[in-house]
Design a protein around this ligand. Structure first.
Ligand code: PNS
Length: 159
């Protein structure tokens, strides 16, 4: 049984994340989407909200489940018998950010990192840009699922 993890903050999940998760689900028997719940960055959505959004968004994939994680992603991989960490690469800057983490994770345990190039249609999409554009009144409906768009609008209206 091959099992991969797609880790991230997912604040919020975008169509770019879902493209990578969907393609990973076709490469591995099982996929665990691991939502970092203790990261230090300021978040727009709580860990419970991010987990709920991922659950809803990943309902379309039969072999994908969602879990929260704290601590090292390599510990998560050991605990869940995961052989590969899958990350999407949008551009060279992603490579520069991801490569040392992949090498550190390989040094910590024998988990392999697999990089998937993002689809051309989502290569410019990030949670940060989606939040910034939405906060300034831009239309981000093409970049997130409709229920995420509603959650974004509701959160921004609260502010
Ligand atoms: O969506 P993000 O913010 O790019 O996700 C980053 C994340 C959560 C995947 C990364 O920060 C991570 O793996 N954190 C877990 C802590 C860890 O293992 N750190 C050492 C990495 S070498």
């Amino acid at each position: 049984m091959s099992r991969a993890v797609c880790p991230g903050s997912f604040d919020p999940v975008t169509n770019g994340h879902l493209d990578i998760i969907g393609r990973t689900s076709r490469l591995f028997d099982e996929v665990v989407v691991a939502v970092g719940v203790n990261a230090s960055k300021n978040r727009m959505f709580t860990s419970d909200e991010r987990l709920e959004m991922l659950e809803e968004a990943c309902g379309r994939f039969d072999n994908v489940r969602v879990a929260g994680f704290t601590g090292l992603v390599t510990d998560f991989c050991t605990e869940h018998d995961v052989q590969a960490i899958v990350k999407g690469l949008r551009a060279a800057t992603d490579f520069d950010y991801e490569m040392p983490m992949a090498q550190m994770n390989a040094a910590l345990t024998d988990v392999q990192t697999v990089f998937l190039p993002t689809a051309t249609g989502t290569s410019f999409v990030s949670s940060s840009l989606v939040k910034e554009v939405a906060a300034l009144g831009g239309d981000v409906s093409a970049f997130v699922p409709s229920f995420v768009l509603e959650a974004l609008r509701a959160r921004l209206a609260d502010r």
